[in-house]
Every structure is written in structure tokens, then in C-alpha cells.
Design a protein around this ligand. Structure first.
Ligand SMILES: *Cc1c(COP(=O)(O)O)cnc(C)c1O
Length: 489
């Protein structure tokens, strides 16, 4: 596997960092080392500049899509597969559950994806994962089993990030409610230190060390949605379990983005969605993981449904629930066919790319390149914006140093207000975001003052990454000119 970094490639090629010849050299490198394939971009529909709201230029040429962390692009094969399913539904109707011309009988359609999902999240086998329901519903589902505050004892609390994704905050609060606990009694939230943008692992571990005996559940995200920080899931898991806590993760921004080894790390349970880095489309069916150590658990409560019942007797309709051992025992309903099919198409493109490890290598280079370009911009130093995604302590300018495992594809740029009394950070962020859209770059804005850029190894080119930096520089220059004008008048 290639271990090239941006700095090693700069020195072997002798090309300048900001040159288009360096970008095209990077684009010519093999993605799949077995087949030599350099890109899977052609397998995706890329929206045009016009469709993304760009002004001027060639309206029909592709926009630069940097929001794949929020909603991944459409794999072209999806339309073919969906049409095949519509034909089967039309022609075979109920028989399609059991007999299917493309060997995808609907009753076990999830088996077309669970082996790949198991490999992407680092499960020991398919029986540790289920492809079912939606992220927040899976969270509720597994919390019923894995969040059991002690009635008599003092282990009642949930430890989580202070600025977790809102759905997680609402869901957690509702489980405290369900157990009759106030926020005070049931919640510990951790925030970054004063003046810092991300939470230090040492601070998470200290909280667990100091308060672990009161914590029933440690609940974190894998990749923080706002900052792009990758949490040290292995360290958090080990620390939590050493104190007797259950440890679970929301992997919405981690799955298909960073390397996960849920089984080896001993993670108790996890949930995720498939419409971000796994390109399965808006609201697609989601995923959950339950570690094999819980495979046969019967002592904890669970919310049951017929699709969690052993398939061998499911259709003889017994009145007593007999769970499938492992993660699939937590399924409720038969799988939503039309929201699962795009996931098959997306996973097929990952196979063609040479599997997830090949993509992660490409992702490190793409994001390392973006970071190197941003760092070469004088505006990063002059305070126009800062990158709040962890860069690593001893990291070289190329973005491939120690910090590279502390972030995934996404870089979060925070815009600061300029000069006392003038434009604030939020207003500047909005204006920069809109300026980029006009130039054909679809970033991903998050209130109050962040724009997220996520180059996606399945379909983003190095040349596009280079142009993001060029356009950002232009937009910031226009902003500055505008501010100068207002100041004068
Ligand atoms: C995207 C995201 C969600 C979305 O939840 P849904 O139930 O899929 O709507 C939840 N949590 C996190 C951390 C997310 O990033």
C-alpha cells in the first residue's frame, strides 16, 4: 500500500505545491493498487455548476462538491438497480420476497450489504452488524438495552460531548426523562478548554477516571461533526470499560471516512447512517453494531420486533420472541428495499476502488493536499480564517504528519470577525460561503461560523481541491475589497 505523503510527492516530482501539474500528477496515481484504476469518479453523478447555483463560466461543467460529508453524491448504478427492483415488484409482487431474478430476495436483502459493512466498521463478522432503521431510531433502540442507570446504586450518568449533534442531545435527554432523571442527575457534558476548538483526549480520559463510578454510559461521536476531530475511540473505550461503564458511539461522520476497528477495540455498541460518506441517499436505511460479547445477552431489556426474531421460525409466527444472536436481534421491521438499494451501488464503487483501506489512503492525500494549500495561503496566518480540525502537534506543513489520524476527510474553517465593530464571524462565513457557491464550489456551512470542506476519495479530484484553495483566496480578496469600500464610505 502506498505510504506517499504530500511532502514526499513534492520532493520526488520537484513540482510546485500550487501548480496544476502537481495536481494532475496526484490525479494520475493509482487508487486501486491491484487494478491500477486511478479514480471512481465516473461512477458518480456530479451536479453541474448551474445546478449548484454558480454564476458565469460553463454552466454545464461539473461543480466542485465539497459537501459529501453531509450528503454523498449519487452512484450512477443506483438508477439501474432501483429500476430492476421496480420491475421485480411490478412483475413478481409478493413472490419477490423469496425469489428474485437478480438473486436479491427481499426477505434477506440486508445480506447483500452486511459483509461489506462489517468490514468497513471493523466488525468480527456480519453478525455484529445490522442494516436497519435510521440513525436516531437505532440510537433509541440500543439505549433501551445499553443505558441502564442503577436504581439504588450511584451509577446513573451519561458522559458525552457538550456540543454533540443536536439529535444526540435530544435523544439522550429523552432517555434521562424515561428513567426519571434530571439533567443534573443524569448528564455530564464535556467541552473544549477555554480558547480551544476541540476536546482533548486527555480531558475525556480524566473525566472518566474521576467520575467513572457514576457513569453508566459513555456516549461519544466518532468524528465530531462541527470540527472534524476524530476521537480516540479505542482509548475512550478502554478507559470507560476499565471503570465499569458501557461505551457506545455515534459514527455518522466516521463510517466510510476513517478506519474503524469496533470489534478489536471492544466497543459495546454503535450506530451510524449511510447517506454521508457511504452515499446511499437522503434518509437511507442506517446501521448498528453490537459487540459479540453481548451476542446472547438476555438480562437486559430490549425493544423487539419480528425482524429481530430467528429467521428459521419467523414465518411460523410463534408467540414467543426468540432473538437472532448478535446485532440483528435488534432489528424491528423488514428492510426498506428502496432505501437499501443505493447502498449496494455505493458499496460496489468502494469495491472497485480497491476497498476502504485504499480509499482512506487517497483521503489522507486529498485532505493533506487541501490543508497544505490552505497553510500556504497568507490569509491563514493573517487571521482571515483558521482551521479548527486537529492538525497534529508536530505536523509538517503538508498535513501528513502525526495528526493525520486525528482527522478524516473533513476540514472545518472558522471565520473570524474582522476589526472591531465590523463584520462578525458569522456574517463573514455566510458571505464567503455564498461567494464560493457563485464560483461553483458547494461547501457545507454550519452555524455559527464554520464552513466544512470534505474532499471525497470516491469522486473528488486533486485538481478540484487545488481550485477550492484558489477560489477561496479570490473570495477572501473580494471580501477584503468590499470591507475596505465600506470603511471608506
Ligand atoms: C447526521 C447525523 C445524525 C442524523 O440522524 P438521522 O437520524 O439520520 O436523521 C445524527 N447524529 C450525528 C452525529 C450526525 O452527524
Amino acid at each position: 500500500m502506498s505510504t506517499a505523503t504530500i511532502s514526499s510527492l513534492l520532493s520526488t516530482t520537484g513540482l510546485p505545491l500550487t501548480s496544476s501539474s502537481f495536481a494532475s500528477h496526484l490525479d494520475s496515481l493509482p487508487l486501486n493498487h491491484q487494478t491500477g484504476l486511478t479514480s471512481t469518479r465516473d461512477l458518480y453523478e456530479i451536479p453541474t455548476r448551474k445546478e449548484m447555483g454558480a454564476e458565469g463560466g460553463d454552466a454545464a461543467s461539473p461543480a466542485i462538491y465539497m459537501a459529501g460529508n453531509s450528503l454523498g453524491l449519487l452512484p450512477k448504478e443506483t438508477k439501474v438497480l432501483i429500476n430492476e427492483e421496480l420491475d421485480v415488484w411490478g412483475s413478481r409482487a409478493v413472490l419477490g420476497h423469496f425469489s428474485h431474478p437478480q438473486s436479491r430476495p427481499w426477505k434477506s436483502i440486508d445480506e447483500t450489504v452486511t459483509p461489506s459493512l462489517a468490514s468497513i466498521v471493523g466488525a468480527a463478522s456480519s453478525s455484529e452488524v445490522a442494516c436497519t432503521s435510521t440513525l436516531t431510531s437505532n440510537l433509541h433502540n440500543l439505549f433501551v438495552t445499553f443505558y441502564q442507570p442503577e436504581k439504588e446504586g450511584k451509577r446513573k450518568k451519561i458522559l458525552m460531548e457538550g456540543k454533540a449533534f443536536p439529535s444526540d442531545q435530544y435523544a439522550v435527554q429523552s432517555h434521562l426523562d424515561l428513567h426519571g432523571l434530571s439533567l443534573e442527575e443524569g448528564l455530564i457534558e464535556l467541552d473544549p478548554r477555554e480558547g480551544e476548538g476541540t476536546l482533548r483526549t486527555e480531558d475525556v480520559l480524566r473525566a472518566i477516571e474521576e467520575q467513572g463510578e457514576e457513569i453508566a454510559l459513555v456516549w461519544f461521536s466518532g468524528v465530531q461533526y462541527y470540527s472534524g476531530q476524530v476521537f480516540d475511540l479505542e482509548a475512550i473505550t478502554k478507559a470507560g470499560q476499565a471503570k465499569g461503564c458501557i461505551v457506545g458511539f455515534d459514527l455518522a461522520h466516521a463510517v466510510g471516512n476513517v478506519t474503524l476497528k469496533l470489534h478489536d477495540w471492544g466497543v459495546d455498541f454503535a450506530v451510524w447512517c449511510h447517506y454521508k460518506y457511504l452515499n446511499a441517499g437522503p434518509g437511507a436505511v442506517a446501521g448498528l453494531f453490537v459487540h459479540s460479547k453481548w451476542e446472547d445477552q438476555t438480562t437486559r431489556p430490549r425493544l423487539s420486533g419480528w425482524w429481530g426474531h430467528a429467521p428459521s421460525t419467523r414465518f411460523s409466527m410463534p408467540s414467543t420472541f426468540q432473538p437472532i444472536p448478535g446485532a440483528q436481534g435488534y432489528q424491528h421491521s423488514n428492510p426498506p428495499l428502496l432505501s437499501l438499494i443505493p447502498l449496494i451501488a455505493s458499496l460496489n464503487t468502494i469495491d472497485l476502488a480497491g476497498g476502504f483501506p485504499a480509499l482512506r489512503e487517497r483521503s489522507k492525500l486529498l485532505t493533506g493536499y487541501l490543508l497544505a494549500l490552505l497553510k500556504s495561503s497568507p490569509r491563514l496566518k493573517e487571521g482571515g480564517f483558521s482551521v479548527i480540525t486537529p492538525l497534529g502537534e508536530n505536523e509538517g506543513f503538508d498535513g501528513n504528519g502525526d495528526g493525520v489520524e486525528a482527522r478524516g476527510a473533513q476540514l472545518s474553517l472558522r471565520f473570524e470577525g474582522v476589526k472591531e465593530g465590523e463584520r462578525g464571524g458569522r456574517e463573514r462565513m455566510k458571505r464567503v460561503f455564498e461567494g464560493l457557491v457563485r464560483k461553483g464550489v458547494m461547501g457545507d456551512e454550519r452555524e455559527p461560523e464554520v464552513i466544512r470542506f470534505a474532499p471525497i476519495p470516491l469522486y473528488t479530484t486533486f485538481e478540484e481541491v487545488r481550485m477550492v484553495a484558489v477560489y477561496l483566496e479570490e473570495v477572501l480578496q473580494e471580501e477584503e475589497d468590499e470591507e475596505e469600500k465600506t470603511r471608506r464610505s
